[in-house]
Design a protein around this ligand. Structure first.
Ligand SMILES: CC(C)[C@H](C(=O)O)[C@@H](O)C(=O)O
Ligand code: SF4
Length: 469
């Protein structure tokens, strides 16, 4: 009998092309996603070396970070820097023979929403993209992670990547999520527990009853933020929920190929007795809705709690950094979270811009009005999500409630397009990063679930969604 292996071990082993004595490996890459921010120099490098793309059919390009989300984007992108990046991707894709979804294409959207939606992302694959949130695709039992621009060039040219094996970490989430508590709260709780460096050098496998019970959308939310916990990637073993989601997607295998793929996918689970270098356990039944109070995703607190007092932190460096965070956020220790008023609400991003997220928002805001002081926007993660939401009449609910309903893109997740906070503005956001300046210069970000963001938009301050009527 061979050694019991983890899901990560199996997918990694199945892709090793070469292994050096010092442990450096060359691994085969099944899928490469490309967006406009991290690809221009990579294509330039290929041109300089007179190389071609090794497997254009395994590469998919889409614009997301720089595209405006206002409906008049069809008349062209006004911001020059953004326009140059978007045009460069269009040109590079055409020149190198790569399939490309432009901003007028209904399949366009945030790269990590597009891949799964099109069936480009499949279990057991190695998937890379010049983007840290590539970890999202691990929700399908793929080994997916971000790479740098020079690696983007390497993958384009060779369809391989130089990698060292990471360590295995298990995050076991048992119990049933209470009403109003979501996948977003699970991952925020994990990061709150392990810290932003907690997963360093590891690939996390998420397992347990609460993970199994999540939809694919929820699993993607969890895996998406693995990188915020410092991990190289996050993975969830594929099961019926996974297969059900993938079946009949445009690029999913069909007929006999489907049966064969499925049989392989069934083997993608951690063997009994496989070794994990680190194990973290969490009980979903005890989780409250969470809100971040600082400028790091680990700064989480229950919605029923108060802004923590950094003076109670023993470690001096940490104390200083959390003090600075509070100062940046304009908050005073002891303030109740539900007393914090918001100016803006952003619902979208590759963390929470999928159809289920929008349905959750609709359930909270139907028949209500956005607070008069609040400016709230909803940005579907892709054109497909947008069309689905409109087919279900969600856009009508949003607009009637006073939300701005936008075109797909990264939008206010990061201030790389026209959507951004003004200095000092406070935002309840469904995205994944609350770093200083992330949503705009001096903007203040609180990370929350879609339902929590929706309720904050209506109430004008954070509220405990478990008590929402
Ligand atoms: C622009 C891109 C390289 C970046 C990333 O790698 O994650 C962005 O998507 C982000 O979320 O900060
Ligand atoms: S939505 Fe945000 S986190 Fe996701 S790829 Fe875009 S900028 Fe990065």
């Amino acid at each position: 009998m061979s050694e019991p292996r983890t899901l990560y071990d199996k997918v990694f082993d199945d892709h090793v092309v070469d292994r050096q004595e010092d442990g450096t490996c060359l691994i085969y890459i099944d899928r490469h996603l490309v967006h406009e921010v991290t690809s221009p120099q990579a294509f330039e490098g290929l041109r300089m070396a007179a190389r071609t793309v090794r497997h254009p059919e395994k590469t998919l390009a889409v614009v997301d970070h720089n595209v405006p989300t206002s409906p008049d984007r069809k008349f062209g992108i006004k911001n020059e820097e953004s326009r140059i990046q978007v045009e460069a991707l269009a040109r590079n894709a055409a020149e190198f023979g790569i399939e490309y979804y432009n901003e007028a294409d209904q399949r366009q959207g945030i790269v990590h929403i597009v891949g799964p939606e099109q069936g480009f992302t499949l279990p057991g694959m190695t998937i890379v993209c010049g983007d840290s949130h590539t970890s999202t695709h691990g929700a399908f039992g793929a080994l997916a992670h971000g790479i740098g621009t020079s690696e983007v060039e390497h993958v384009l040219a060779t369809q391989t990547l130089i990698q060292r094996k990471a360590r295995n970490m298990l995050v076991q989430v048992d119990g049933k999520l209470p009403h109003g508590v979501t996948a977003k709260d699970i991952i925020l709780a994990i990061i709150g527990e392990i810290g932003t460096a907690g997963g360093t050098g590891h690939v996390i496998e998420y397992a347990g009853e609460a993970i199994r019970a999540l939809s694919m959308e929820g699993r993607m939310t969890v895996c998406n933020m693995s990188i915020e916990g410092g991990a190289r990637a996050g993975m969830i073993a594929p099961d019926e929920t996974t297969f059900e989601y993938i079946k009949d997607r445009p690029r999913a295998p069909k007929g006999r190929a489907w049966d064969m793929a499925r049989a392989y996918w069934e083997t993608l689970r951690t063997d009994e007795g496989a070794h994990f270098d680190r194990i973290v356990r969490l009980d979903a039944a005890n989780l409250p809705p969470l809100v971040t109070w600082g400028s790091s995703p680990e700064d989480v607190v229950s919605v029923t709690g108060t802004v923590p007092d950094p003076d109670l932190i023993e470690d001096e460096t940490k104390r200083a950094s959390k003090k600075r965070a509070l100062d940046y956020m304009g908050l005073t220790p002891g303030t109740r979270i539900t007393d914090i008023a918001v100016d803006r609400v952003f619902i979208g991003s590759c963390t929470n811009g999928r159809i289920e997220d929008l349905r959750a928002v609709a359930r909270v805001v139907e028949g209500k009005r956005v607070h008069e002081r609040v400016n709230a926007m909803i940005v579907p993660g892709s054109g497909v999500v947008k069309a689905q939401a409109e087919a279900e009449g969600l856009d009508k609910i949003f607009k009637a409630a006073g939300f701005d309903w936008r075109e797909p893109g990264c939008s206010m997740c990061l201030a790389m397009n026209d959507d951004r906070l003004k200095p000092g503005e406070r935002c309840a956001s469904t995205s994944n990063r609350n770093f200083e300046g992330r949503q705009g210069f001096k903007g203040r970000t609180h990370l929350v679930s879609p339902a929590m963001a929706a309720a904050a938009a209506i109430a004008g301050h954070f509220v405990d969604i478990r008590e929402w009527r």
